[in-house]
Ligand binder design. Structure first.
Ligand SMILES: NC(=O)c1ccc[n+]([C@@H]2O[C@H](COP(=O)([O-])OP(=O)(O)OC[C@H]3O[C@@H](n4cnc5c(N)ncnc54)[C@H](O)[C@@H]3O)[C@@H](O)[C@H]2O)c1
Length: 379
């Protein structure tokens, strides 16, 4: 299959409302490699397998237990590798899915483009702005499809929110708020000592382009997102999801100015990124705002009693748009979207059920605490 065919099929899959089998012929399968198969990579692998349209040819991960479990999900069909470069060397792979820690997104994505593979890469696209631009350039230069895993766009209640906002029903929008409130323990992830890495982990390969640091369990699997060398904390981990929806709804691509205040004020562990912060983004005029508008993203990791947190699910996220003047505010909370005061929110049921699992259509329930099971939504 050539890349034009792949691109056409990705588009077709994205738009599909009928079973995927009706779109792709029985012999027209996508041969995929998976790079990084921890929490999200494994979920991605399962979503792709569920389409029934993908052959998983190879999987790479420097952490043995994750690699073995993922190969097991393919009933042993996939070849397992520690080093992702061996996956990219395989000529019989059309596309790769990358779900490594953020500091390892750019290099395999660019190398995959150079090797003629299309890419599904988890959010955030990159660890730095520079890397993000390099990825865009590589995709353009090698004429590849590169898609980022921001699955909110596939959910009915997000689509409804965008439609409501763009319909003008809440008036001209000048202010958007989005938040992440949770009730994490002040002790955080504790202070485990530096130690030798487990034998089943290639720590050098895991670190890759990051500065060398002695192994510490908090710096590695799952918790890497709280360290500057590998991630940017909640600002990008959740911020990507929250702010992507705002950009989509408001029809903007980037803010004009950004101001940040915050820090690690509360949590007492060896992680680094802020637990408490406010960011204000100022955007240029858009069709939905008519003029400039402000977006405020605030994060309180150890306190879910902030002003928006009166309903339990509000502490999970999401967005609230304020119109200037009549008729009011649009709420987009976990599982539902609706205009304040009106009783016809869409969603409210189990997010994801009506969705077709496809290349860019993924949905799942939260693995967080079950506070409001019908309304909670996973990253
Ligand atoms: N779209 C979403 O909703 C969503 C949700 C969770 C995580 N994510 C993203 O997925 C990515 C992974 O997060 P996670 O929570 O699954 O972390 P994780 O630690 O559970 O998994 C990361 C895996 O990548 C492996 N890895 C590290 N370096 C590698 C390399 N060079 N080659 C191949 N594999 C390598 C690790 O060993 C680990 O198994 C992050 O970028 C995160 O932002 C997205």
């Amino acid at each position: 299959m050539n890349r034009r065919d792949f691109a056409r099929k990705v588009t077709a899959l994205s738009l599909a409302t009928s079973p995927l089998a009706r779109i792709l012929g029985a012999n027209d399968r996508i041969r995929m490699g998976f790079i990084g198969v921890g929490g999200m990579g494994t979920a991605d692998l399962q979503y792709f397998l569920r389409t029934g349209q993908v052959d998983v040819v190879a999987i790479a991960d420097p952490y043995g237990p994750h690699l073995e479990a993922a190969v097991g999900l393919t009933s042993g069909q996939a070849r397992g590798y520690k080093d992702f470069r061996q996956v990219l060397d395989l000529k019989d792979i059309d596309a790769v899915a990358i779900a490594t820690p953020d500091h390892w997104h750019a290099i395999p994505t660019i190398m995959a483009c150079e090797a003629g593979k299309d890419v599904f890469v988890e959010k955030p696209l990159s660890h730095t702005l520079h890397e993000g631009r390099a990825i865009v350039q590589a995709a353009q230069k090698h004429d590849r499809v590169v898609q980022v895993g921001t699955q909110q766009r596939s959910a009915a209640h997000f689509q409804k929110a965008v439609e409501l906002l763009r319909s003008g029903k809440i008036g001209r929008v000048t202010s958007v708020e989005t938040w992440l409130l949770s009730r994490r323990p002040v002790s955080g992830f504790g202070n485990p000592p530096d130690t030798d890495p487990p034998q089943s982990l290639d720590w050098d390969l895991w670190l890759g382009p990051a500065p060398y640091h002695v192994y510490n369990p908090n710096r590695c699997i799952q918790n890497f997102r709280w360290f500057w060398d590998y991630s940017n904390g909640m600002l990008t981990d959740w911020g990507v999801h929250l702010i992507d929806v705002v950009h989509w709804a408001m029809g903007v691509e980037a803010p004009r100015t950004v101001s940040f205040a915050g820090g690690k004020y509360v949590v007492q562990d060896n992680t680094e990124t802020p637990d408490t912060f406010d960011v204000t983004y100022e955007y240029p005029a858009s069709a939905a705002s008519g003029k400039e508008f402000l977006l405020r993203f605030h994060c309180r990791l150890t306190n879910d009693h902030a002003d928006q947190g009166s309903e339990p699910w509000h502490r999970i996220l999401w967005n609230r748009w304020h119109a200037s003047g009549e008729p009011g505010r649009l709420h987009l909370v976990a599982g539902a979207a609706g205009i304040e005061g009106q009783s016809d929110p869409i969603g409210g049921g189990r997010f994801g059920q009506p969705l077709v699992a496809a290349l860019c259509s993924r949905a799942e329930f939260s693995r967080l605490r079950p506070v409001a099971p019908e309304a909670e939504f996973g990253r």
